[in-house]
Write a protein that binds this ligand. Structure first.
Ligand SMILES: [Zn+2]
Length: 65
């Protein structure tokens, strides 16, 4: 005997909210890429973790150099 089907309430997400969320994520990823590209984590310097922490400081606005 198969188990009775359960109904699951899925919250409705408006297209406008979805578009805003995707745009925000896209902009943040672009910002992270641009910061990392300038001698950062994606520059293949061999010091990935160091550069990642360094980029994090830059994203937080902490002056370092
Ligand atoms: Zn720096």
């Amino acid at each position: 005997m198969p188990a009775p089907a359960r109904s699951v309430a899925v919250p409705a997400v408006s297209p406008r909210l979805l578009a805003t969320a995707l745009l925000t994520v896209g902009l943040l990823l672009t910002l992270a890429y641009l910061v990392a590209f300038d001698q950062g984590a994606v520059s293949r310097s061999g010091m990935f973790l160091h550069e990642l922490m360094h980029d994090g400081r830059h994203l937080l606005g902490v002056p370092c150099h």
